[in-house]
Design a protein around this ligand. Structure first.
Ligand code: PLP
Length: 363
């Protein structure tokens, strides 16, 4: 709060105390975020969120390394903030391989190896999926990329503060981050850019005053950055206890809901975020189900980032679901402040809604 009012200086104003105060707040946040992923302060570039970080990583590498090759590998279940920049690059003459996933949502590492070519410059695989919560094997992917001299980018929007991340041991070269998945402010994120072994080059996508080592110009939003740092600090401190509690609640919810016939768990049960449950319900109309739950439960059918679109989730269709089954899906995200009581209510509401709809024939 004080960074909105009392410390109102511009962190780029190096000539006076108001600028220094803002800069001190930003420095502290940068330290917290860097150390949370075992990076250095100088490797953190603040952006407006993970969307911008993904764009900066993918387009920035494409522009900086196109003379080495024009082939990029990513995965069909990535967030649109990765898929769309890749498609944009295809229009500019790059070739992108969108790898399929196994039925459990995980990437086949043999397929990744087989798809890599002499001219592959970038592999982008998300850490944790925003819809089905599956955790891709980052360390294995990082090792494969390192051995082949290919840059490895991961979208870590759903991972920071939720699972341990170590960019050194996992050989991650670029990592997109955002604050709002861990109770930080919306509209702030960062891109981690490896500076040593190897030093990754990124062509800036926003030019101007030269902030953030000329990689991302524009006056830094001090209060958001300070809030981002605090959110990471709190999430890291609570991670272990929170994961344990949320996993128990999530497992209880799944145990209750799986009593229903024709309910499919989307994504691997073990290799997934502890707070995520994503199910598809057979023989029920998806929009009727969502409508029936809305008065009791804040639940969504797909990703909030694309939920304005009525298209079925590209993540669920990549698992092999039909359009209607993909639409009859629910994504439950258990939060830091949810109680056992609330989860019991959610389980009951879901059981009741599915049973009632099936009885009434809304399929
Ligand atoms: C995996 C993933 N990547 C990227 C984004 C976009 O991040 P932001 O909203 O910070 O731009 C999100 C969701 O918001 C996400 O879940």
């Amino acid at each position: 709060m004080p960074f909105f009012t009392d410390y109102f200086g511009n962190a780029s104003s190096v000539a006076h105390v108001y600028g220094w105060e803002a800069e001190a707040g930003i420095k502290q946040a940068r330290e917290i975020i860097a150390s949370a992923i075992n990076a250095k302060e100088s490797e953190i570039v603040f952006t407006s969120g993970a969307t911008e970080a993904d764009n900066l990583a993918i387009k920035g590498v494409a522009e900086a390394y196109f003379d080495r090759g024009k082939h990029i590998i990513t995965v069909a279940t990535e967030h649109k903030a990765v898929i769309e920049p890749c498609e944009y690059l295809m229009d500019l003459g790059f070739e992108v391989s969108f790898l399929p996933v196994n039925q459990n949502g995980l990437l086949d590492l043999d397929l990744l190896q087989k798809t890599m070519r002499e001219d592959t410059i970038l592999v982008s695989v998300m850490a944790a999926n925003n819809e089905i919560g599956v955790l891709q094997p980052l360390a294995e992917i990082g090792k494969i990329c390192y051995d082949r001299g290919v840059i490895f980018h991961t979208d870590g929007a759903q991972a920071i503060g939720k699972i341990p991340i170590d960019v050194q041991s996992m050989n991650i070269d670029l990592m997109s981050l955002t604050a709002h998945k861990i109770y930080g402010p919306k509209g702030i994120g960062a891109l981690y850019i490896r500076r040593r072994n190897p030093r990754v080059k990124i062509a800036p996508q926003i030019q101007g005053g030269g902030q953030e080592n000329k990689i991302r110009s524009g006056t830094l939003c001090t209060p958001n950055i300070v809030g981002f740092g605090k959110a990471v600090e709190v999430a890291i401190a609570l991670m272990e206890a929170e994961n344990l509690k949320q996993k128990q609640l999530r497992d209880y919810l799944w145990q209750e809901i799986s009593q229903l016939e024709g309910v499919i768990l989307n994504g691997d049960l073990e290799k997934r975020l502890p707070n995520n449950l994503n199910i598809s319900v057979k023989n029920v109309d998806g929009s009727a189900l969502l409508l029936a739950l809305q008065p009791t439960v804040a639940v969504s059918s797909g990703s909030a980032c694309t939920s304005e679109s009525t298209k079925p989730s590209h993540v669920l269709t990549a698992l092999g679901h039909s359009k209607s089954l993909a639409q009859a899906s629910l994504r439950f995200g258990i939060g830091r402040f949810n109680t056992e009581e609330e989860i019991k209510k959610v389980a009951q509401a879901t059981l009741d809604a599915v049973t009632a709809l099936r009885k009434s024939g809304r399929q």
